[in-house]
Write a protein that binds this ligand. Structure first.
Ligand SMILES: [Mg+2]
Length: 214
């Protein structure tokens, strides 16, 4: 993996769509404990739409920013509420971060990743510890930044992000929900992993594994 091309990014999104589809029942079950049991279905609808729109793109014509922007638009069109605007903002911010670049080197990919995490936090207004997807995205963003600052190659940087997202998701089990429907459950939300953090861990792991093949 030296640089990431538009084709690599398209393959990454297609792999995420497959991973989410495969895990959608577990994600909805997690949501059923503390929410309305639709997280797996919602994410699967969003990433199926992303998949469809990116398969229609010509990777020779589309630059990395257009891939992210295409993903943003299709996700938002398919999922207007809950995680829809969060992921749409994430992908749009990533697109803005890599605007004008033909390929992404390590620093550009790290920047795109951190822009996604920041977008999700800005749009959702959740803080660390609120038991949301931010509890997986923020540690992942910090870990990828630290790895890059320590001179790690892109593969290692993404792997560090994936590990941190997984640990962050695990840590939501011990948190009380402070946002959304789950917050009404109070202590009943304890002991259960936040579904948004769970899907984040899956998404970031899939990004790392898929881009490692690039
Ligand atoms: Mg839900």
């Amino acid at each position: 993996m030296s640089t990431i091309t538009s084709q690599n990014l398209i393959d990454m999104f297609l792999a995420i769509a497959v991973a989410i589809e495969g895990d959608k029942d577990r994600l909805s079950e997690l949501d059923g404990v503390i929410g309305d049991a639709d997280h797996g279905v919602t994410m699967s609808i969003g990433f199926s739409a992303v998949r469809k729109s990116l398969l229609a793109l010509d990777p020779a014509e589309a630059d990395p920013a257009s891939v992210f922007n295409g993903a943003a638009k299709s996700f938002l069109n398919a999922v207007g509420a809950s995680s829809g605007p969060l992921y749409a903002t994430a992908f749009m911010r990533a697109g803005a971060a890599v605007k004008g670049k033909a390929e992404l080197d390590r620093d550009a990919m790290v920047e795109a990743f951190q822009a996604m995490a920041k977008g999700i936090q800005d749009r959702g207004k959740a803080e660390r510890g609120d038991k949301t997807m931010v509890d997986a995205w923020l540690p992942a963003s910090e870990a990828i930044g630290e790895a890059a600052a320590n001179g790690a190659a892109l593969g290692e940087c993404l792997d560090a992000a994936a590990k941190a997202a997984g640990e962050g998701a695990e840590a939501t089990k011990a948190m009380l929900a402070a946002k959304g429907r789950a917050s009404r459950l109070g202590e009943r939300s304890l002991g259960h992993m936040d579904p948004g953090a769970a899907s984040t861990a899956l998404i970031v792991r899939t990004m790392a594994d898929e881009l490692a093949k690039a």
